[in-house]
Design a protein around this ligand. Structure first.
Ligand code: EPU
Length: 414
């Protein structure tokens, strides 16, 4: 994407449905005969997920703003050609297990932001008595008719691990306790969907008590609306803190953005909450330096770390960013340095020394959120910035260039 320095972002922007909510919901669609999802974000990752549903035998219809899925499941195998394209493919393991009790999913492999093992997903399955085999790059799983155990505690907090467990449990009749679960809004949105199917789920702290009527007794037809993308919203709020004249971000969910709004305030921005779904933000003369530590929700999201780093490259003072979730999620630091930023990475800490200005240059996106950070930096850097390997961005941001153009900036995909 080519981005030129922008004088100001003026007007309103509406955020799309959340990618990381739509993906588990599409996997959950395997549990019902007919499924409709509104506020559906059209992105590479969600389109890949629709392709998986088709490969499994489902009929998919993509309409403006929504998707409908129906028909039977004729295969339980997800080939490497598609699973390797996106990590979210792993959610179809849980979806298939919940729906039919069997799945063969090609291991999605590592990813640019860390080794990303799936041991917790498999540990849960073995714990409930599933046969788990790793063969020829595939994870092959067969569920027992009844779970062997009725409680499981995750060793660490995992978002898709929790979602996979919930999807699997939807198919198994009876009560089950999940402890040390992830509480990200996207996980809780899946819980809301599963409740519509007939599950009872109580959330107490980081524990879920799940009661399922069993796969034969689930509701057959369900529709749902995807929650707003809190990371896209956060990305625009950072853009607003850099360039808002003012910028109003609409269609978000303020209650999902607590840690992000808090850090923006600490940086000197004054986000005004106009309603539970609208925030107005103006540019800050010079952001104040911050200390940011990523943590599972409700902590500061790792998916906003790169965008905050882009903002802090121009801060007044020295910022410290600690990445606690992924071990290799600072690759954007080197790319930001190409624009004149001063970032030193020491293990899981990045030390960002604020500079007066950035200068446009060719850079490469290293992962999805890194690509958004480079676009943000490109908007404030002198001259022109060309962000290469933009395929990463297309996996998770719907029409980012179009949205930026409508706010008065010069951003162009080519
Ligand atoms: N982990 C393990 N073993 C496991 C599972 C996870 O060691 O079996 C580790 C991971 O390596 C990581 C930590 O646990 O260090 C947390 O990973 P988690 O499983 O929560 O991440 P994920 O479920 O693979 C989702 C999002 C990511 C987001 C993370 C953290 C989806 C499809 N992906 O990934 O989103 O960064 O949670 O919030 O929901 C993105 O959208 O750009 C993105 C990377």
């Amino acid at each position: 994407m080519r981005v030129r320095r922008c004088d100001g972002l003026k007007g309103e922007v509406r955020v799309s449905g959340a990618k990381n909510a739509a993906l588990p919901l599409l996997a959950a669609s395997l549990l019902v005969e007919r499924f409709e999802l509104e506020n559906f974000p059209v992105l590479l990752d969600t389109l890949y997920a629709l392709r998986i549903l088709e490969l499994l035998g489902r009929e998919v219809e993509l309409l403006p703003g929504r998707v409908s899925v129906k028909g039977g499941i004729s295969s339980v195998r997800i080939p490497y050609e598609i699973s390797s394209l996106f990590r979210g493919s792993l959610l179809f393991l849980g979806g298939l297990l919940g729906a039919v009790g069997r799945a063969e999913v090609a291991h999605p492999g590592g990813c640019a932001i860390g080794s990303r093992p799936i041991d917790q997903h498999l540990k849960f399955l073995s714990h409930i008595g599933a046969e788990v085999e790793l063969e020829g790059g595939f994870v092959k799983v067969k569920l027992p008719p009844e779970p062997k155990a009725r409680a499981f505690t995750f060793d660490l907090i995992t978002v898709t691990g929790t979602e996979n467990a919930l999807l699997t449990l939807a198919g198994l009749r009876g009560e089950f306790e999940l402890h040390n679960a992830a509480l990200e809004p996207e996980v809780l949105d899946l819980v809301e969907f599963l409740k519509k199917l007939g599950l009872e789920v109580e959330v107490k702290g980081r524990s879920f008590l799940v009661r399922s009527p069993g796969r034969e007794n689930l509701k057959r037809e369900v529709s749902h609306r995807t929650i707003p993308d809190r990371i896209e919203a956060g990305t625009f709020l950072v853009a607003g803190a850099l360039l808002g004249e003012p910028l109003t971000v609409k269609g978000l969910e303020v209650s999902h953005l607590g840690a992000v709004l808090e850090k923006l305030r600490e940086a000197g921005a004054e986000p005004e909450v106009l309603s539970p779904s609208e925030v107005r933000i103006r540019r800050v003369e010079r952001p104040r330096a911050l200390e940011v530590q990523t943590a599972p929700y409700p902590g500061f999201p790792t998916d906003m770390q790169a965008q905050f780093m882009a903002m802090l490259t121009l801060a007044d003072g020295v910022s410290l960013i600690v990445e606690n979730i992924f071990e290799n999620r600072f690759q954007h630091a080197l790319e930001l340095a190409r624009l004149g930023a001063s970032v030193e990475v020491r293990g899981k800490t990045a030390i960002v020394r604020g500079v007066e200005r950035l200068k446009g240059a060719p850079v490469n996106a290293t992962d999805l959120r890194a690509s958004a950070a480079l676009v943000l930096a490109g908007l404030v850097a002198e001259g022109e910035t060309v962000v290469g390997k933009i395929g990463h961005l297309l996996r998770g941001y719907e029409d980012l260039d179009g949205k930026l153009r409508r706010l008065g900036c010069d951003a162009e995909l080519f």
